[in-house]
Design a protein around this ligand. Structure first.
Ligand code: GLY
Length: 338
């Protein structure tokens, strides 16, 4: 296309609020005519928002699957499987840090716009807990399966049992054993749960979480991530929210459910996340967990407004939309790490 025609097209589209990134993703050009494959009302959707740097490749895969026309939960599952399978990501799935006895134990959940959900907790030996959580939603009358029962169910569904403790994680665990001091480190290098929220092209909200949980936890410990209302919550009339950080603090405050309830009362995603982080701070400022406490939330509402907010500095999230593509944003926070 000539520079002049390109300039006129960009100018015309920008006056009606459509970016060139959106056009290249959604348009075909025939002669002088640009055809948008999505109607204008869908300009902002889909929107995918995921916690931490590992959200970027997860968003990429989920977006790809949505654009192929895959059902949204399938697309979310495919995205979450990327960090689950990556041994370099030490807080999710294969290669995750083990508990203090050297066992990798995994938590995950998934929820759709009808409020149907599936979850697994304290699952061992299965690389993709998100896929087992989805099977719980699809194939059982229950919401959550745990431990040995979750493993038996996974095997009955054809999942292969395998060793998830990589040599690197084993080495780190052996080093940790020298002092055996429990103080989870949750920051940008050593991040935590991947939580994902999707506002799809029909305007419906879905989400998921998956994690290996806090490093060096007690055997049997379950965090917030598989708990609907704590690590993840959504109400398709309002919006969705998901958490990262120290699960105990998120469970104590029913974090994600509260963010959604504040949005229902009219708060923006940013104000809702901030208010819950303030509440968590108030309840924990004199708590034994405070020295290492980090929590962060992401939220999106039905209008496509989104935000992230954390207690301490260093939380970021990946956001993918038509307007600006897939990128990282730093969350605002209450306080710097001391
Ligand atoms: N947020 C993950 C966990 O505490 O297990």
């Amino acid at each position: 296309m000539s520079d002049r025609r390109d300039f006129i097209k960009k100018a015309a589209l920008s006056t009606i609020g459509i970016s060139t990134a959106y056009v290249s993703a959604n348009a075909t050009t025939k002669g002088n005519i640009t055809l948008l494959s999505n109607p204008l009302k869908d300009v902002k959707k889909p929107i995918i928002i995921s916690t931490w740097n590992h959200g970027l490749p997860a968003n990429e895969e989920t977006w790809k699957q949505l654009k192929k026309g895959k059902p949204v939960l399938d697309a979310i599952e495919s995205g979450m499987k990327i960090p689950e399978a990556d041994p370099k990501i030490r807080s999710v799935g294969y290669g995750g840090f083990p508990d203090r006895d050297g066992n990798v134990t995994l938590d995950a959940c998934i929820m759709d716009h009808n409020s149907d959900c599936g979850s697994v907790s304290f699952l061992q030996g299965i690389k993709h807990p998100i896929s087992v959580a989805k099977k719980v939603l699809e194939e059982t009358p229950h919401v959550m399966l745990t431990g040995e029962g979750a493993l038996q169910f996974a095997k009955s569904q054809g999942f292969k049992e395998e060793n998830l403790l990589t040599p690197e994680s084993k080495k780190d665990w052996e080093k940790w054993l020298e002092e055996s001091k429990y103080a989870p480190v949750i920051n940008i290098e050593n991040h935590d749960t991947i939580s994902m929220l999707v506002l799809d092209e029909s305007g419906n909200i879905s989400g998921a979480c998956t994690t290996s949980g806090a490093a060096w936890k007690m055997h049997g410990r379950v965090g917030d991530s598989p708990i609907i209302g704590a690590g993840l919550f959504l109400d398709n009339e309002v919006g969705g929210a998901a958490a990262t950080g120290l699960g105990e603090a998120v469970i104590r405050t029913a974090g994600s459910a509260m963010v959604v309830e504040l949005m229902r009362q009219g708060k923006s995603p940013f104000d809702a996340c901030k208010e819950i982080v303030e509440r968590i701070y108030k309840k924990h400022q004199n708590h034994k967990d405070m020295p290492y406490l980090q929590v962060g939330f992401i939220a999106v509402n039905k209008k496509g407004e989104y935000a992230g907010y954390s207690l301490r500095s260093g939380f970021n999230y990946a956001i993918y939309d038509n307007e600006k593509g897939n990128r990282m944003e730093d969350a605002k926070f209450k306080m710097e790490w001391k």
